[in-house]
Structures are given as structure tokens and as C-alpha cells.
Ligand binder design. Sequence first.
Ligand SMILES: *Cc1c(COP(=O)(O)O)cnc(C)c1O
Length: 372
Amino acid sequence: MPGNATKLIHGADELIRVPDVAPPINVSTTFAYSDDPSQWVKAADATSIWGERPIYSRESHPNSELVEQTISSRVGSYVVAYSSGLSAFNAAITHFNPKVLAIGHGYHGVTGIADIWTRNHGLKQISLEDDFSQLNKGDLVHVETPINPLGTVYDLETLSRKAHERGAFVLVDATFGPPPLQDPFKHGADMVMHSATKYFGGHSDLLAGLLFVKDKKTRDQLVEDRVYLGTNIANLESALLLRSLKTYELRVSKQSQSATAIVSYLAEHQKEIPHLKKIYHGSLQKDDFVAKQLVGGHSPVFAIEVDSEEFAKNLPGKLNYFYHATSLGGVESLIEWRALSDPTCPTTLLRVSIGVEDVEDLKQDLFQALTK
Ligand SMILES: *Cc1c(COP(=O)(O)O)cnc(C)c1O
């Protein structure tokens, strides 16, 4: 069995139709039918077309199939790709169709979709701390771990057990802890989602989402729904994502190690940084489940709380190697005064996404800006 980095470069070799080392970007939306009528596949049977002759790019196209097959070979589950992380979440909630949703205080866009469901369908929302006896068979528990914007970790095994006791399903948004950092399936997840805009994409230049599922039946249903939701990953985005997958293992490992080193440096030097009130990161969390879940390292995202709103707003401008921008997961380090994106976030909080720059440069840059 090849290793993970090898799979991300060669995992879909059998689907590549030309000798090009960098697969061509197929921009076509439509593909000519065979001259042989016995080869025709009706649109209604299109979920079976994996790896065969594409029909129409809203269903599937050569670049999206390469993306799905490559990631699937790496993660060992079925993979369905979407036009964004939020369209992946929307596909998941459409699939489960819960009456009650237990959800934590995570990514604001996911909450936004849940609120649309509440408005349109009366979906009842409860928190992850609430009594799960309110959940019934077929309901959904959505756990984001590590969670946005703090990078701290939820106990998946306990939440999954409580959900499954009620017959509810567990969806894990693992965007902040992509492979090889954690495998939510090992801790009870029924489905895993990622905003591939973040670590899988890794270059701040594409939008995409992923759902990982364990069985082919669910995969086929998701693909069929995706045809009608119109949310397949686009041609150009797929080509960019395929490029990104080739360096994925290098990037994520380095970003995770650098973030953990920077967090521990800031924690050790906190007395010399009076403006720095608190650091949030899984590596500072002492609960047993943290080490059990994050076997491959901690999230490359963490958050800091400083002593005033004014200091928080001015901090990004003092940094040399961090862009003040939303999002995360790219090779470039980013910092964000998070209240700009999430109005519920405290105005003294900054979210930091560590890129692949030299870790010493990032450490010194944060230290000089925080002590200026
Ligand atoms: C960015 C993000 C999303 C949404 O993904 P898009 O690709 O922007 O649609 C969902 N969950 C988390 C944790 C995210 O960071």
C-alpha cells in the first residue's frame, strides 16, 4: 500500500487520459455521446458514471472525478466534492433532513444555513450542551472540531455516543483539523465535511467543499442530489484543487507543527507580553480526548485575546508576515480581527492561521507586534 503523500499524487492515475504530468484543465460543460447507442447512459442513471464517459459538468467532469478519486484514495472513504464548504453542509443537512439539530457555536456560515432551515422548515436547534433527549431517530448532531475561531477541541466520542443513543446522526466539520491531524470516523462520525477552500486548496485561490461518507449508497444519493442542487465543484476549481493535493501532506504537517510551536512560544513568553490576555488552541487543552483525537498534530489555527478592542484592531497593521484577511488554511499566514466576519465574536479576539513561512520569522513577527 502506498503512503499518504504518494496517494495524493498517484491516487487517480488510472483516470488520467493523456500523458501530461499536470492533467489538462477540461473546461467543457458537455461531452459528446458515443456513436454506439448501446454505450449511452440516461441522465437518470448518471450516478453510476464515475470514471466513465462524462455527460454534463453539473453531474461530473474529468477534473472533479480526479479530485474525488485522489482524495478518496487518501482518506479511505467515499468523497463527494462541492462548489464550497457551505454547499457541502447544505447537501449534508438536505440528506439527513433532521427535525432537531444539535449544533455548537462554530462557523457562522453553517449557522446561517441552519437558520434558513429553521425559517423555512421549522428546524429546531439546540446546543451541544443541551439535553440530547430532545433528539429523536434521524435527527442530526453537527460538531465542528477543532472549532472556529478558537481552534479548541470537542470530545467527539462522548457526543457521538449520546447522539447514537437517541438514533441521531453525527456530522463533523473537520475543516480545522484536516487529515492526517484527526480521523473523525474513528470517534463516531457518520459523515465528515471539509471546506476544501482551506487546507485542501491551501493557496487562497479556490472555493470548494467535501463530504466524506462510509458507504456507496449514501455517496450515490449525495451525487444524485448534487445534480439537482447544482453544487458540483467547478472545472477550473477542480484543476486548482488537484494541483494543491500534490503538496497537501507537506503543507498541513508543517502548518500544524509551526502553529503548535508558535502557541507554545507565546504561552512561555506571555509575562513579557502584557497586552496578551489569553491564547486558545488545542495544544493548551489538557483533556484526555484531545491527544486521542488529534493523533497527527494540532490545528494550524489558533486565537488570541488581547486587552482592548483598540489594541486588537491595530495589531494586524503592525505585522509584517501576516495578511489581515478572513479565511485560513493557505500557505500565507493570515490574522483576522474576527468580529469583522462574525458579529457574535468578542471585539478583543484575533484569529491566526499559520502558513508555511519560516516559523522563526512568524514567532518574532508576532512578538514584536504584540509588544509594540
Ligand atoms: C470556511 C469554513 C466553512 C465554509 O466553507 P466555504 O468553502 O467558505 O463555503 C465551513 N466550516 C468551517 C469550519 C470553515 O472554516
